[in-house]
Design a protein around this ligand. Structure first.
Ligand code: KG4
Ligand code: ZN
Length: 334
């Protein structure tokens, strides 16, 4: 009999549903929330309200596109955390109610582990063990992946996440939220060496991005005092230089992790792994240093339920089911 899983993701501001049948993703629907743009960041209360509006049509479409009926489902999976409590509550309440009404089990998924397991949706799939640089709006981690359900964080940010560094510096440049994709777009036409910004001195495999943020802020304050059009006149070079600095910071610790562990299978995951500069740098470094590199498809970089459904598939095989009494974990640790 087939294992058919509905996955639901609602940890932040994207409502997503996907269907996975025997390890194959048959559909992956994502409803983005435009409402936050006007506020320059995600407003938790508005996010949960938008999830409530989106969840039924998104789940419905995911099942239709997969050509899967409710009675074909073997389990319902949803993100348990980490994330915004109100947002998580919508996906988890919906998932639990649906599983209860269908008389099938629930599977709870860790959002950051799911970003890593997005690598098992398409080919080529990495062999174990591998290292995964997981970079999103809330996290920056180097994960040592020993198995589908066996992962260890060996490096992490001590302050801001890489995505936050993109979004917050983008905001200083007057760009809309989320700024990461816009910085990426403008950076393509800029000089990455035009401006130099502070790099952190953190130990070993950890990250820090707050110094970069302050460095960009002071630099812009100084420059705009002399020329109020400085940002408009230099937008492309500013974006390219900021992006270059973030990428260099990310690779410094990642290279240390590769040297330390001797593992040369290297993957990137999470929203920031959609960044074209980061993808290019990984590919170039991989060719130079003989690493085997893994870069996910764009739709599986940013938040998506495909990664939830594929994680749940491996949890299903391992018999890792949850009880109806389970509650969302906004600060779900590894
Ligand atoms: O994984 P994700 O969709 O959500 C979280 O779990 O946080 O990551 C969102 C983050 C945001 O900070 C966004 O600006 C960043 O990923 N991002 C990018 C790009 N696309 C998304 N950052 C840089 N370049 C991109 N192309
Ligand atoms: Zn994410």
């Amino acid at each position: 009999m087939s294992i058919c899983i509905l996955g639901i993701e609602s940890s932040c501001d994207d409502t997503s549903a996907a269907v996975c049948k025997d390890g194959q993703i048959l559909s992956n629907l994502i409803a983005n929330q435009e409402v936050h743009k006007a506020y320059g960041g995600v407003v938790p209360e508005l996010a949960s309200r938008a999830h409530e509006q989106n969840i039924v049509p998104v789940v419905d479409q995911a099942l239709k596109r997969a050509n899967v009926a409710l009675e074909d489902l073997s389990a319902v999976a949803f993100t348990l955390g980490p994330g915004l409590l109100g947002s998580l509550l919508v996906g988890s309440s919906f998932g639990k109610a649906m599983a209860l009404s269908l008389g099938i089990p629930i599977i709870t998924v860790h959002h950051m582990k799911a970003h890593v397991l997005a690598h098992f949706i398409d080919d080529p799939k990495p062999e174990f063990p591998f290292l995964c640089l997981t970079v999103s709006g809330g996290h920056s981690q180097i994960v040592l992946v020993r198995g589908y359900l066996d992962m260890e964080v060996i490096g992490k940010t001590i302050d801001d996440a890489a995505g936050e560094a993109f979004d917050k510096t983008a905001k200083m440049l007057g760009l809309e939220y989320p700024g990461g994709p816009l910085v990426d777009k403008y950076a393509k036409e800029g000089d990455p060496k035009a401006f130099g910004f502070a790099r952190p001195r953190v130990g070993d495999l950890d990250y820090s991005f707050s110094g970069l943020k302050t460095s960009v802020l002071y630099f812009l304050q100084k420059q705009t005092k002399g020329n109020s059009n400085f940002i408009q006149e230099n937008l492309h070079d500013l974006c390219a230089s900021i992006q270059h600095t973030i990428i260099e910071i990310l690779f410094k610790s990642l290279i240390r992790a590769i040297d330390k562990t001797g593992i040369t299978r290297v993957a990137i995951a999470g929203g920031v792994s959609a960044n074209s500069g980061l993808r290019q740098r990984l590919q170039t470094l991989g060719e130079e240093r003989n690493w085997q590199t893994f870069i996910p498809q764009f739709q599986y970089c940013t938040d998506n339920a495909g990664m939830i459904a594929i994680s749940a598939y491996h949890q299903f095989l391992a018999g890792d089911f949850a009880e109806q009494t389970v509650s969302p974990k906004p600060r779900f640790g590894f």
